[in-house]
Design a protein around this ligand. Sequence first.
Ligand code: EPU
Length: 331
Amino acid sequence: MIKKDNYSLLSHNTFGIDVNAKVYVEYDSEEELMAVLPSLKGNLLHIGGGSNLLFRKDYEGTVLHSAIKGIEVVEEHDGDVLVRVGAGVVWDEFVEWAVERGYGGAENLSLIPGEVGASAVQNIGAYGAEVKDIIVLVETVHLQSGEKRCFKVDECGYAYRQSVFKNELKGQYAVTYVTYRLSVHPVLKLEYGNMKDLACREKVTVADVRQFIIEARNAKLPDPKVLGNAGSFFMNPVVTKEKFLAVLEEYPQMPFYEVEGGVKIPAGWMIEQCGWKGKSLGRAAVHDKQALVLVNLGGASSEEIVTLCDAICKDVRERFGIDIHPEVNVI
Ligand code: EPU
């Protein structure tokens, strides 16, 4: 276990914001977490890989981070494998592990930054897949009582980028392990955007899908080691059918996806229409290849990023009459 006072979080947030945590604790096991919890005073913030966080100031409390590792097949039946993975495993290392074995289910989520624990909190998604579709069980520890609790997938309140862990139970539980169901005979999801090109090939494997997605992501999304960012800064809004039809009348070329409860409009497209793509405000900018991503051009303060965020939200609201909201957790 690592326990440090006045610890810099620079290497724990992909936006590259230099703030301190009053206390930082990194634990290696469930037992270590349960042992340390009673000694922690004040506010607690549990982080993962820091790829979806924007710190506005020093954190006056304890930042917790899991280093629980391990990928273990716990059950195999009817062409499925159940795999229990430690919350501190890097998400893409798990995807790579699955793809190397030919197991299907996680390949569309290749190269998403972050860790396994956060995958279950955030319901990470990309290329027509969401992690909720392969989650079976989320093991947690309650941060106040130190008690263990297992959430079956249908108790997790999953929706687009949402879960109980981000909403009604926010800040209450630390995820320790996630069990995923993978398929030995994968059924590939190739409907999203230009993945249809892949579907035209004769024989497509999970490894082909992973390769395709790695290339697609690398072409559009900035590498946080080069340009600080937290992936999509905004969520794609879901609007009513009436609102969608009204906007479509004015913008017939608008991309959209019909989803449960309405129509999802890509925020990146609206931001680009507002002229923000590639533009900067101080040292914060809108990525020139994907307008949903805000980047730190170098040494940006979180206030500069928040100012840019507010300016974009205002322009999108004025032009389309639609509110967009950050996906990134602003602390
Ligand atoms: N678009 C534009 N201009 C832009 C960006 C997008 O016109 O600057 C248009 C695209 O042409 C396309 C549509 O908007 O017609 C959707 O774009 P894209 O496929 O790039 O996906 P997205 O909706 O912008 C979401 C996820 C991404 C994920 C991609 C691919 C959210 C908030 N973001 O972005 O997730 O990689 O789909 O599945 O849902 C992340 O969460 O960090 C992330 C990168």
